[in-house]
Design a protein around this ligand. Structure first.
Ligand code: 13P
Ligand code: SF4
Length: 323
């Protein structure tokens, strides 16, 4: 006999199970903007890396279920050592965070004595522990501006975000040549193709994208016919989508964000710059795994106290500067 599975009923029963377990465990579910729609819908909070770090720092729940990637769960564990942090799939890593190790950072610092180290949140706890400041795409420029102008800054690990921060602040940074394979793959040619089909669209670009610098350069040369362009964090992109008078947007970042944009601005049209911009790590988190994590209370993410204490200084400095 063939048993037919009704996917709608299956999702509904998983959501019920998660709701029951969330109450029993006194858990909060935090999800990044790139999570699959059904995971975003079950979360207590959905947002960018900065918003998620703030939520983790402020929660009074006993358990944090982190629907995102490993470095984000580590950040929550650093901020809340007394809480249990669950990451439903430990294989949810990050190709950008993998571009620099603590050992490489120590060697880089030794070549630049006296430099201030600003590490993007997409780094391991060990790398944060070697850094002076943490930053996210939402506050990177503000963090850099808070550092005295005569100090050299080592900025890591994303070269495209580094170039963007240089452009916004007018500061020269020494930048690590790392990249995220998802965002680096979004190229100017993708935007050109989309702009041909949607000539009235506004461009929303994440600063990790490979297309950011060439696109802003071409706009400055008048090559893009005055198309409005906003370069910002994922949460900033959602905000701009809601507030902008435009009705069509070309979205240059991971596709998961389209769900939130369509939810908050249902009358507007959102088209991805590249249909290939899918983060395989973010997509490892499923409703099944969220339910299983709450049931078994694992997999847990912990950070060794000595590393956590040093990494926390960098995160606390970021939170102090960005409010
Ligand atoms: P934000 O959501 O902080 O903009 O970061 C994007 C990102 O790459 C997360 O992996
Ligand atoms: Fe890392 Fe890129 Fe995925 Fe973000 S989109 S988690 S930077 S691999």
């Amino acid at each position: 006999m063939i048993v037919q599975v009704d996917p709608v009923r299956e999702v509904a029963s998983l959501v019920e199970r998660i709701d029951r377990l969330r109450r029993v465990r006194n858990a909060v579910i935090l999800a990044h903007n790139y999570q699959v729609p059904e995971v975003q819908d079950v979360a207590d909070y959905v947002g960018d890396s900065l918003g998620l770090a703030r939520q983790a720092a402020e929660t009074d729940a006993d358990v944090i279920v982190f629907c995102g990637v490993h470095f984000m769960a580590e950040t929550a564990a650093i901020l809340c050592p007394e809480r249990t942090v669950l990451l439903p799939d430990l294989e949810a890593g990050c190709s950008l965070a993998d571009t620099i190790t603590a050992e490489q950072l120590r060697a880089w610092k030794a070549e630049h004595p006296g430099a201030v180290v600003v590490a993007y949140v997409n780094t391991t706890a060990e790398v944060k522990a070697e850094s002076d400041y943490c930053c996210t795409s939402a506050n990177a420029a503000r963090i850099v501006e808070s550092i005295p102008a005569d100090r050299e800054i080592l900025f890591l690990p994303d070269m495209f975000l580094g170039a963007h921060v240089e452009r916004v602040t007018g500061r020269r940074l020494t930048v690590w040549m790392g990249e995220c394979h998802v965002h680096a793959g979004i190229e100017p040619a993708h935007l050109d193709a989309m702009l041909r089909d949607h000539p009235d669209a506004e461009l929303l670009i994440h600063p990790e994208c490979g297309c950011t610098t060439p696109t802003l350069y071409r706009a400055s040369q008048g090559d893009l016919r005055g198309v409005p362009i906003t370069v910002t964090s994922t949460e900033g992109m959602v905000r701009r989508a809601v507030e902008s008078p435009a009705s069509t947007f070309i979205v240059a970042t991971e596709l998961g964000i389209l769900h939130r944009m369509r939810r908050f601005a249902p009358a507007k049209r959102f088209v991805p710059a590249s249909a290939d911009a899918v983060c395989p790590f973010m997509k490892r988190i499923t409703l099944d795994k969220v339910a299983a994590a709450l049931e078994r209370m694992e997999p847990r993410v912990t950070v060794a106290p000595e590393i956590a204490a040093r990494a926390r200084r960098a995160i606390d400095r970021m939170l102090a500067v960005s409010g």
